[in-house]
Design a protein around this ligand. Sequence first.
Ligand code: HXC
Length: 508
Amino acid sequence: MTEINKKLTNLLSKAQKGGGNQRVIAQYKKGKLTARERINILLDDNSFEEIGMLVKSKRVEVGNIDKNIYGDGVVTGYGTINGNNVMVYSQDFTVYGGSLGEEHANKICRIMDMAIKNGMPIIGLNDSGGARIQEGVSSLGGYAEVFQRNVLASGVIPQISAILGPCAGGAVYSPAITDFIFMSDRSSYMFVTGPEVVKTVTHEEVNSEYLGGASTHAKKSGVADFVFDNEIIVLQQIRRLIDFLPNSNQSKFKIKKSDVVFNKTIPSLNSLVPRDKSKPYDMRDLVLKLADSEDFFEVQKDYASNIIIGFLRIDGYTVGLVGNQPINLAGCLDINSSRKAARFVRFCDCFNIPILTLVDVPGFLPGTDQEFNGIIKHGAKLLFAYAEATVPKVTVITRKAYGGAYDVMSSKHLRGDINYAWPTAEIAVMGAEGAAKIIFKKVKENHLKDKIDNYEKNFSNPYVAASRGYIDEVILPSKTRLKVSNAFRVLREKKLKNPWKKHDNIPL
Ligand code: HXC
C-alpha cells in the first residue's frame, strides 16, 4: 500500500474507534452496543455507506485538539433493509456522551435532507447526553434545525426513532415528532426534566427508570410505540416494521409474496362472538385470522388496550388495522384509545396504507374523568382522522356499534368504502336497556322487559342499517377474510381527493 493510501486507512481506522476502548467498555458494561455495531445489526450485511466520518467539531471549547474526535459523536449514512434504501444516524455515546453539537446536528440534517429528497425512510438511533454543554446555543440551534426537518419530513417519509440510552430535555422532541418510537427495556429513558429537577420543583422522588423508562412510556404515557427486551431485538423489529412500510408518500404499495389461500373460509370465526352479549372475546383472534401467515405487527400493545392498532398483510399488501378490543373496557372509546387510533389512521393515510376497521364498541366511556380531560376534543380526533382519510377503508362490525362510536369507527357516512356487518351486529343509538328506559320512561317496571325485548328485536341488529345502505352486506363471519380481501382488491386503484387547503385544523 502506498504511503498516501496508508494514511487514509489509518485515519478511517482511528475514526471508527469513536471515543476509544475505555469508553466502549463502559458502554458494554451498561448492556449497550456501540453506534456502529447497532447500524450493522439494523442494516443488511455490508450495505452501510458512511457519510461524514471525518467531520470534527470546529469549536475550540470542546477541548484540546487530541480530544477532538472524528465523527463528532454521530455515525451517519445509508444502507438497505431487506433491499429497501434507508438513511440512518446512530449517536455515539463514547464520543462526548453522544451529545449534540453543531457539526453533529449538521450531519443528522444532511442525511435528513437526503432522505426527504430521495424519498426513503430515516431511522435515528438515539443515545445522547443531550445538548453539548460546551457548544451552548449552537447546540440548541442544532436541535431546532433537526426539529424543523422532522416536521417537514412528517407525512413525506417514514421517520423512526430508537431510544437506546439517555434522551432528555429538548432532545425528546425530535423522536416525539417521528412516526414511531422504539425503546429498549431498562437501558433507555426519555424525559423532559430529569429526576433532580423533578425533586426540586415538585418534591417527588423518582428514578430515571420510573420517570421515563421504556415501561413507563409503553404503559402510562403512550410515548413509546414499541418496547423490546434489548437493543438487538429493537433493531431487528425496526427491520420488520420497515418491511411493512412504503419508502415515501409517493411510493406505491409494498407487496410481499403471499402463499395464503385467497378465497379460504374460516369456520371457527362463526363462533367467535359469544352467544351471551355481555361476554367479551379477543378481537386479536379475528385479526390473526385475517392476516397473511397470522403475522400482525401490533403498535402500542400495552397502551390504551381497549383499541388495537397495527400492521398486517392481506394477499401480500400492507393494511393498517384498527379494532375495538372487547376484553378491555368492553372496547369503549376513551381519550387514550381515540388519540392512539387517530394518530395511526393519519399515519396510514399519509402513506397510502389502506385501513381495515373491526368494530365492537358500546360507545364512549362515560365519567367525569373523561369529560374533564376533554374526551370531546380527543374523541373528535379519531372522527377527524377517519373522515379526512382518502385511502381505501373497509369496515367489519362484529357486534356492537352504538351511538357516536358507530359514526366514528369508519362508518359509511365518513366515506367508508365497503362496510360489512356480521349477523351478530347491533347497530343502534344505544343498547336496548338504556334505550327502553328513556323512551318508555313512564312504563311500569314489570312491562319494561317486553319493551326491551321489542327494541332489541327491532333495532339491535344489522338489518336496519343494511336496509338504509349503511351496511353493504351482512356476511357470515367465516367468509370475512374472503370478503375483506376482495374489497381491498377492488379498491386498490381508489382515487379520492379532499378540497384544497393549506392544512387542516384537527382538534389538537
Ligand atoms: C457534553 C457530555 C454531555 C453533554 C455527557 N457528556 N453529557 N458532554 N455535553 N450534554 C460527556 C461526559 O462529560 C462524559 O465525558 C461522557 O459524556 C459520558 O458521560 P457520563 O456522565 O460519564 O456518563 P453516565 O454516567 O452514563 O451519565 C450519562 C448522563 C450524564 C446521564 C447523560 O452524562 C448527564 O447527565 N449528562 C448531562 C445531561 C444534560 O443535562 N444534558 C443537557 C440536557 S438539556 P468523558 O470525557 O468524561 O467521557 C438539553 C436541551 C436540548 O438537551 C434543548 C433542545 C431544544
